[in-house]
Design a protein around this ligand. Sequence first.
Ligand SMILES: *Cc1c(COP(=O)(O)O)cnc(C)c1O
Length: 495
Amino acid sequence: MRYRSTRSSLENLSGREAVLQGIAGDGGLFVPDRMDFSGFSWESMMNLSTEGMAERIFEYFLDDFLEIPEIVARSYKGRFDDPEITPLKKVGDLYVLELFHGPTAAFKDVALSALPVLMSEARKQLGKEERILILTATSGDTGKAAMEGFKDVPGTGIIVFYPYGGVSPVQEMQMTTAEGRNVRAVAVRGNFDDTQTGVKKIFSLLTESLKRETGTTLSSANSINIGRLVPQIVYYFKAYASLLSSGEIHPGDLVDYTVPTGNFGDILAGYYAKKLGLPVGKLILAANRNNVLRDFIDTGVYDKNRPFYRTNSPSMDILVSSNLERLLYDISGGDCDKVKGFMEKLGTEGRYEISGEMLARLQDSFAAFDADEEKSLRTIREVYDSCGYLIDTHTAVAFSAAGEYREKTGSMRPNVVLSTASAYKFPDAVREALDLPKMDDPFSVIPMIRDETGTKIPENLKDLDRKPVRFSDVIEIEEMPGYVEKAVESGEFYR
Ligand SMILES: *Cc1c(COP(=O)(O)O)cnc(C)c1O
């Protein structure tokens, strides 16, 4: 498989090269240069372990990597607290795909366990000498998952930027206490979109000069990297295989997937799974009060000119969803001029509108619903009361969407809800949902929820408040490039 930019046909890269480079030179995202994924045999995946499925998917998309079985083993061995990595549970009349069994208790671990291995292997296999500096904007979960993945990986360093006051206390503590000599986290005065734009700006400002002057290559661990997207395709197959093996469906039956969405990476992986032939019915996009994507799927108008809300599902507080660009490329039939035009309009006017034909293609695969904070809390309560199953605020938005989709369409197709985080990552909201007393210290809420529900605290969230804080810098958006230059020059955190 070769990769090209969504915005022009100037570049043509192999999987290894695309993973290392992260983002295309013209600002576009790397996409497979082939629109058609037919020829992939999804049926032959069904009897494999999750690791076996990952090997097949990696071999298909990242076919120039050598030693893929070793790469998969190094990515997942001993890092997840469930042997299936992403187990499927039946909850009421829905199925829940638990994606939070990794080292930071959120779904981003699935991809961010693999990306550092892919990057360091690509570097080694291509004989590259330069150091890689990963710059990442996070709405909360990517940051720690990336720090955990890149921790002490030779030849790499990572700086994570997060919106000051825009992540949950647990998320912040996970990042500021992270271990590893080559990792650093810094708070930025702004929201996630400002932070993400700031990182993109650093790439265009500093990529050339840092390479020339310090032999450092900038790259990204955000879901714009194709090496993030590919591992996420795997669990759509895994969920389907679990339904087959438990006799809930027959081969070929359509299954709907409901995905709590922010940057559109997770749900795009589902779209790729569908393109690979997996019998996916609808991909149901669940948005929180920042419902720009809900409106887009309903109307074909993407308009980010609207208030930005800080909600209780902070990892979905996003108004500019990067990975949507890859879908635009696809539903425009690979028309890079068109995609470039949309992205330019988004930059200048904050708004664009797709054609009726593109909208029809979009709605063929996607439906969308949103839930505000109150609805999300109510859903946590309802699911807990009726099924004894505890979900986090992001998963609650998806439960709500799955219910609304069924109500609206009358469809009773099997529906897999992607559960993207442990309830313990957002304890205060969960406490509120369960009507438990308010506490001053957010970390004393965690054992209270355990005692109330009898559920298990993920190992990695225990004793978080007792770890030493290593990072406490807060900077302005304009200071981001200078911060990176200084960090590279000092060389102290990264050898
Ligand atoms: C990142 C994240 C999401 C959104 O995923 P995208 O790929 O950005 O759409 C949803 N839930 C949680 C808990 C997350 O961390």
